[in-house]
Design a protein around this ligand. Structure first.
Ligand code: FCB
Length: 446
């Protein structure tokens, strides 16, 4: 059997994308509440105010996860539910929500994988100290993480510190396309460093408690291809890879930032004085696993403005999803091969993989999504090949369990295994959900 016994077949979500209930149970404002309510930031003016109303429907949602036969469920905790002001005042009702969620998952035999930071920073920390630009935010994160460990650590087997710190730092603080909407290179680099420091502190806090579970980080990693064999495109691809992949993999697994990228950023006027002695040592503390989120390969050509590259998600002629992301299952196999070649061996999970389609409810009331089935089949096959080639792959999580709020794109892209009618909140498992149940029952493609 290519997939080992106990392989964790799951699906993933994130708090801001599904919960709604943003002003309930004592929850504080997050940077995504503020950002999504800022005119022009989100397609169609959408916000996460209601989303999938999971805050009120979590019990039934867990039942549905169980009905589909999923072995594991990856979700995130909303930091502002626990610490509404970003300071030390705990909001017990917020913690209780996740206690109930975890208990119900366990009652149904589903392994919880809890992500501590999937981008919804308390707005108070942004207002008070510029969010992740401030080193103190890492300390606030460690306090929050430790509270979660104390409350849930006896029952949550898998902890993720950060989801995709590249996205939080570079899209949030350099490109400004995500909350908090800052556009400044040094701010993005500071944010990235403080995110990693927060990660490191959380790992230390977790180890100090001697908890039974495992802890790791989730990175969004893409294979990067130059758009042509012109030297400038090849150089741009190396830099793009340095920004997206190596800027996070190298500190976490080698204890250093890549030198070519340090030079590149400094050459663009960045100031890296925020790195203090000992930081990289703690950031490189051993982890129990790496989570890889994979969606597409990046095709890179050189430009003379910005940081010197232009990255496409899909070259001409390649089949894409409804949001233009290239469908390239080979990229999953390649990124896992690259990790084996360049970094120390570590248990690995595919923590997100999935496709946005314009799903519709058919005349019979069902949702037929053959292209999602084909996409998932291709990627599960690629994961299987990677196992054959030596990756210690322990699980695979579809993004997403439910259609949900897709950040800057609002509710248009539908990524779910389960269709959500955003008017009525009705859930309809798509054909792909039934197909996936079969894969899980067979522990593979069969
Ligand atoms: C990832 C995010 C996840 C979702 C998918 C489509 O970058 O982690 O929340 O938006 O993309």
């Amino acid at each position: 059997m290519p997939f080992p016994p106990g392989f964790l077949w799951g699906a993933a979500t994130a708090s801001y994308q599904i919960e709604g209930g943003v002003a309930e149970g004592g929850r504080g404002e997050s940077i995504w509440d503020r950002f999504s309510h800022t005119p022009g930031m989100i397609e169609n003016g959408d916000t996460g105010d209601v989303a999938d109303d999971h805050y009120h429907r979590s019990a039934a949602d867990v039942d549905l996860i169980a009905d589909l036969g999923l072995k594991a469920y990856r979700f995130s905790l909303a930091w502002p539910r626990l610490f509404p002001d970003g300071d030390r005042r705990l909001n017990q009702a917020g913690l209780d929500f996740y206690q109930r969620l975890v208990d119900r998952l366990l009652e149904r035999g589903i392994a919880p994988m809890a992500t501590l930071y999937h981008w919804d920073l308390p707005q108070a920390l942004q207002d008070r100290q510029g969010g992740w630009v401030s080193r103190d935010t890492a300390s606030r994160f460690v306090d929050y993480a430790d509270t979660a460990f104390a409350a849930l650590g006896d029952r949550v087997g898998h902890w993720v510190t950060l989801n995709e710190p590249w996205v939080s730092s570079f899209l949030g603080y350099h490109e400004g396309r995500h909350a908090p909407g800052v556009r400044d290179l040094t701010s993005a680099l500071r944010a990235a460093h403080h995110l990693l420091l927060g990660h490191a502190g959380a790992v230390d806090a977790f180890r100090a408690r001697g908890l039974p579970g495992e802890i790791g980080i989730v990175l969004n990693l893409n294979p990067v291809d130059p758009a042509s064999d012109r030297e400038e495109d090849e150089r741009a691809a190396i830099l793009f890879d340095g920004n997206l992949n190596r800027w996070f993999l190298d500190p976490v697994f080698r204890g250093s930032y890549p030198g070519d990228m340090v030079d590149h950023y400094v050459g663009h006027g960045a100031d890296l004085e925020f790195v203090q002695p000992g930081d990289l040592e703690s950031i490189a503390r051993p982890l129990d696993f790496l989570g890889v989120n994979y969606y597409f390969r990046s095709i890179v050509s050189a430009t003379t403005d910005g940081l010197g590259w232009d990255a496409q998600r899909a070259p001409e002629g390649v089949e894409t999803s409804s949001i233009g992301w290239a469908i390239r299952p080979d990229g999953l196999r390649d990124i896992l091969a690259r990790l084996r070649a360049d970094y120390p061996a570590i248990p690995t999970y595919v923590t997100e993989n999935g496709i946005a389609l314009d799903d519709e409810v058919g005349a019979d009331g069902g949702v037929d999504d053959p292209r999602r089935i084909a996409y998932l089949e291709g990627h599960v096959a690629a994961a299987e090949e990677a196992i054959g080639e030596g990756t210690d792959l322990r699980g695979y999580f579809v993004w997403s369990f439910l259609d949900n709020f897709e950040w800057g794109l609002g509710y248009r892209p539908r990524f779910g295994l389960v269709y959500v009618d955003f008017e009525t909140q009705e859930r309809i498992p798509k054909a792909s959900a039934r197909w996936y149940s079969g894969v899980i029952a067979a522990n593979g493609l069969g």
